[in-house]
Design a protein around this ligand. Structure first.
Ligand code: AGP
Length: 613
């Protein structure tokens, strides 16, 4: 996710700001920038890549005394959402006059209409970002009072923001505000620090104020004046951080993986935001670049990926066939690229990749392009190689995923695939009413995942009983079969337990020979078609002494009674239920690995992005 730092107080603001960005580096980003007020003039340095590149750029472009004399500025690390990670798209952005600078986290959903209105008033834009539009809007609203200008601009904004604004016309203050994207203000001695994350504040102070949604603050070196957007004063308590630097990077969580599991209600909300059309009962995925006619004429959907992304594709396979009445198949990317696939212009190939850099998936994209298929991607990293080479597709907006074990990317991949299947379905067989009903199911996903995360402590307790095994089986049917595969992958890659996922019906065709007394079988027995058969498979396992951990639907007493332990998931559409079910398995795997004392965020032998064959 992007990072914001604002500083006002002592000399050498530029160094304070760049050091603050360094403490946000763990969040992942692709470009950075800094703006300071020097002789009541805004000067900016930006650079793609790491903060080190920005520091070099600023020191090369700025005279040394600028570092020593400036006392106020804003800075930003960007995780690209609108427009690739280039210098021109990096923040801070200026208004039309060049006297107002802005850094922004979040997504301005109505930026296109705002931009068109401002262009009509003679504004000129340089970047592809929504943020530059907000900067121009603030400048356009500025009638001599920066605070009021920011209020007036934010009243016109739809979407989320965490911002810091600097003006050459009103030196000595920074305006900051938030809606849906965190802002924390550090109260120092003769200095004040604004940040999107406490990690950037720790070096200065432990005393902080957290803004709430629709708070806006006028910040000086020794004062913080908080109002609401109607200029009514607001009181916010000063809190003690009580964090060291390492803990702050993980938001107080012990590992990035646990932080990212807990981020899923927000990341899923970001993946869904602005993409469901309840009027048409469809989804809005402009990046697919397809007309209804092209979608209606598709003969087949081929989903390719590796690892967790492959498992997401397997859920997508069920979704496309169930919802869109189109033949769908999944292929492991390495296999696809070497098997001389039979493809044509009526085939849609969807390359699924969190990093957008996986070598086998990239090669499969190139092979699909060679064969004349209709190719698009599902990536999390904007401007990644696979995203650029397919030229069309859908970004996850999950935010950077630091932990090697993929969690929030997987659930966002699934939810985007469900929206793609809805879009295809409405172009082929789904009625408007059916489409609206399914869109409502998708809309509920962030809340369903929030309910799962509230079971974290209970799942941690359950994990105690399974942490000392060396083998485990995961079983499921229908769309829960790929969930079983993903649950097994999570457990094996972070706890080093030999875990295997099987279709529930497959055990008796050989693997059941491995069951002995106490062997853990994690059975996904949600109340979906085929559940009774799965309960039968569970009995086969129990008869051989296995210990059963069930994932069951809330209120399904019959299923719960078949289990030695169980975790409940909310009742919802079978395809949607895959998401809360996998969150249960993510938490289970995490706690088993934690109990076993494993290195969770960087497991042995693994890399976050496999850029070699
Ligand atoms: C999943 O937890 C692993 N990190 C791995 O299987 C990963 O999903 C796979 O390497 C694909 O990566 P990608 O999504 O970036 O292409």
């Amino acid at each position: 996710m992007c990072g914001i730092v604002g500083y006002i107080g002592k000399a050498d603001a530029a160094t304070m700001l760049i050091n603050g960005l360094r403490r946000l580096e763990y969040r992942g980003y692709d470009s950075a920038g800094v703006a300071v007020l020097d002789d009541d003039r805004i000067v900016i340095a930006k650079a793609p890549g790491k903060v080190a590149a920005l520091s070099e750029r600023a020191r090369a472009e700025w005279p040394a005394e600028r570092f020593s004399r400036t006392t106020i500025g804003i800075a930003h690390t960007r995780w690209a959402t609108h427009g690739p990670p280039t210098e021109v798209n990096a923040h801070p952005h200026l208004d039309q006059s060049g006297e107002v600078a802005l850094v922004h986290n979040g997504i301005i959903e109505n930026y296109r209409s705002l931009r068109a209105r401002l262009v009509g008033k003679g504004h000129h834009f340089y970047s592809e970002t929504d943020t530059e539009v907000l900067a121009h809007l603030i400048g356009d609203c500025d009638k001599g009072n920066l605070f009021q200008a920011v209020c007036d601009a934010l009243h016109q904004v739809e979407g989320t923001f965490g911002i810091a604004v600097l003006s050459a016309r009103e030196p000595g203050k920074i305006i900051t505000a938030r809606r849906g994207s965190p802002i924390v203000i550090g109260i120092g001695d003769g200095e004040t620090i604004i940040a999107s994350d406490a990690a950037a504040i720790l070096a200065h102070t432990q005393r902080v104020i957290y803004l709430d949604d629709n708070d806006i603050a006028i910040v000086t070196a020794d004062s913080v004046d908080i109002r609401d957007l109607h200029n009514i004063p607001v009181t916010r308590e000063i809190a003690e951080l009580g964090l060291d630097a390492a803990a702050a990077e993980k938001g107080g969580f012990e590992h990035f993986m646990l932080k990212e599991i807990h981020e899923q209600p927000d990341s899923l909300a970001n993946a869904i935001r602005g993409r469901l059309d309840f009027n048409l009962g469809s989804s809005v995925l402009a990046g697919m670049g397809t007309s209804p006619r092209e979608l209606a004429e598709l003969g087949r959907v081929v989903l390719i990926g590796c690892g967790t992304s492959l498992h997401a594709g397997l859920v997508g396979e069920y979704a496309f066939e169930d919802l869109a009445d189109v033949h769908a198949e999944v292929q492991q990317a390495a296999e696809f690229r070497y098997r001389n696939p039979i493809l044509g212009s009526r085939d849609l190939v969807v390359a699924i990749s969190q990093s957008g850099e996986t070598a086998d998936t990239l090669a499969a994209v190139r092979e699909a392009n060679q064969k004349g298929a209709f190719v698009m991607s599902l990536c999390n990293v904007v401007g990644s190689t696979i995203a650029r080479e397919t030229g069309r597709g859908v970004y996850l907006h999950a935010g950077p995923e630091i932990s090697v074990a993929s969690t929030k990317a997987f659930t966002c991949q699934v939810v985007v695939l469900l929206m793609m299947a809805l879009k295809l379905g409405r172009g082929r067989r789904f009625s408007r009413e059916e489409g609206i009903r399914f869109a409502r199911e998708i809309e509920m996903v962030p809340a369903l995942v929030g309910r799962m995360i509230r079971q974290n402590a209970r799942i941690a307790d359950i994990a105690e009983g399974y942490a000392h095994n060396e083998h485990a089986f995961f079983i499921g049917r229908g769309p829960m079969y790929p969930v079983a595969l993903e649950g097994a992958l999570k457990l094996k890659e972070i706890s080093y337990i030999h875990a295997e996922g099987y279709h529930a019906a497959e055990l008796k065709h050989g693997p059941i020979a491995l069951l002995v007394k106490g062997t853990p079988v994690i059975a996904i027995a949600c109340d979906i078609p085929g559940k009774d058969k799965t309960l039968g498979n569970i009995e086969e396992c129990r008869a051989r002494g296995a210990r059963i951990l069930g994932i069951v639907t809330e209120g399904d007493q019959e299923a719960a009674e078949c289990m030695d332990d169980f975790i409940t998931v909310p009742r919802c559409h079978p395809l949607v239920a895959t998401i809360p079910a996998v969150v249960a398995l993510q938490l289970f795997a995490y706690h088993v690995a934690r109990i076993r004392g494993c290195e969770i965020d960087q497991p042995r032998n693994l890399a976050k992005s496999v850029t070699v064959e």
